[in-house]
Design a protein around this ligand. Structure first.
Ligand code: NIG
Ligand code: FE
Length: 408
């Protein structure tokens, strides 16, 4: 084999094993190869293994200088497109107000909608680009970005157009999701809003290929199961995949509904109980943990340990957003999944790579194996576990995406 380049002097390389979604205890089966090399051809990995077993030739060499290598991280859940800020909410919460009280009195997500809905796509993309750059410098090579602060048909389309600009300009792979996030304040307008989403907004999104999935915030203060069912039916009819924010504060049936629609993922799960854990474990849907929300809002942690023990596939993401998770590091989200959701170090790696890719319907990133995109991290030390251990440092030394090194 003749490679374009060979990554040499890797002290150890760590990667999830198998293919596709990794379930239950298989998440803990990380393959660690000592004294490894990786051969790259074009934007793909051509060969991975022990240095002594490599028999090919290479045009060039990249020296990892005795450091560890893992797959680039995948952030399967962000709300990186927003205007304004939520510093007033933050201060009010520091004085005892709850997230739900603030939302119920017209603040929270609604105040971000006011600061986002009428901005233009170029400006929103500029704001979001800086945020994505921080996620990338923490090791993310693939990032999902949701709309959801646009509210009206025009506002949501503008947010999706901003995500399209990001996808064109960012060195990361950016995937867009249409998020139906808050209902109108006037209950009398809810039916009309759901109708607008199901008929007009989803159709335009699908026709212009502005998103690959539709997400709904199913919660007492947001959309009911009946409303989400109408939206998910429209998404399915339009050929879009389904994702859902469920069980964040109350388990009202959103998880069960999303599974019925063969959702790619159900995200949050802080209030999921035994019935939801069993339902998720029996499905093909990935459960996405968002420990930044537990940290920032002080709500219970999602039952990551119990989900994996029950055989579910679990992923982790930042949920980067101004209200519930101002967490600008995908690496830190992975690290927090060990501390807050009780994953093992190996499970956290699988959750932030192979399973985060599965939560986006992607199969060609998240592992170091032949045929995968050449998306990988060279860490700043010899032991790969440092990348899961570190809180607040910068353990990512170098990042390669599609075989090209990024500078940051
Ligand atoms: O994922 N829960 C709903 N949506 C976001 C929060 C959005 C906001 O507070 O602005 C979340 O936590
Ligand atoms: Fe979210």
């Amino acid at each position: 084999m003749h490679a374009d380049f060979l990554v040499i002097d890797i002290n150890e390389l760590a990667t999830p094993t198998g293919t596709g979604t990794c379930r239950g205890h298989a998440m803990d089966a990380v393959n660690v190869i000592d004294d490894a090399v990786i051969a790259i051809v074009g934007d793909r990995i051509a060969w991975v293994g022990e240095r002594t077993e490599w028999t090919g030739t290479a045009q060039a060499e990249i020296d990892a200088a005795g450091s560890a290598v893992i797959p680039a991280l995948v952030d399967p859940h962000t709300h990186a497109v927003w205007g304004g800020d939520r510093l007033e909410d933050f201060e009010a919460r520091s004085r005892g107000a709850s997230y739900q009280e603030i939302l119920a009195r017209g603040g929270g997500i609604r105040s971000t909608v006011e600061a986002t809905e009428f901005d233009d796509a170029g400006w929103l993309a500029e704001l979001a680009e800086e945020r994505l750059d921080l996620l990338i410098s923490s090791g993310a090579g693939t990032i999902e970005v949701k709309s959801g602060y646009g509210f009206s048909h025009e506002g949501e389309i503008t947010s999706l157009e901003a995500i399209r600009i990001l996808a064109e300009q960012s060195p990361a792979t950016v995937l867009a999701t249409l998020l139906i996030h808050v209902p109108p304040r006037d209950p009398a307008e809810r039916d009309e809003y759901v109708e607008m989403v199901a008929r007009g907004l989803i159709a335009e999104t699908a026709r212009r290929k502005l998103a690959s999935a539709v997400d709904v915030f199913v919660e007492r203060e947001a959309f009911s199961v009946a409303e989400a069912r109408i939206i998910f039916s429209a998404a399915r009819d339009a050929g879009l995949r389904v994702k859902a924010h469920v069980d964040q504060f109350h388990a009202i049936g959103g998880l069960e509904l999303a599974i019925e629609f063969n959702a790619l993922s159900v995200d949050h799960l802080e209030a999921s109980g035994a019935a939801q854990i069993a339902a998720l474990a029996a499905s093909d849907t990935v459960g996405v943990l968002l420990p930044g929300v537990t940290l920032h809002l002080g709500i219970p942690a999602a039952p990551g340990r119990a989900l994996i023990d029950a055989g579910a596939a679990v992923a982790v993401g930042t949920d980067l957003n101004p209200g519930s998770s101002p967490l600008f590091s995908t690496q830190l989200a992975m690290a927090l999944a060990v501390r807050l959701n009780r994953l093992t170090v190996c499970e956290a790696l699988t959750a932030a790579t192979a399973n985060a890719a599965a939560a986006l319907g992607l199969r060609d990133t998240g592992r170091l194996a032949p045929g995968q995109r050449a998306d990988f991290i060279i860490s700043d030390g010899p032991d790969w576990r440092d990348l899961v251990y570190t809180l607040g440092g910068a353990p990512v030394e170098r990042l390669f995406l599609g075989g090209k090194e990024l500078t940051f």
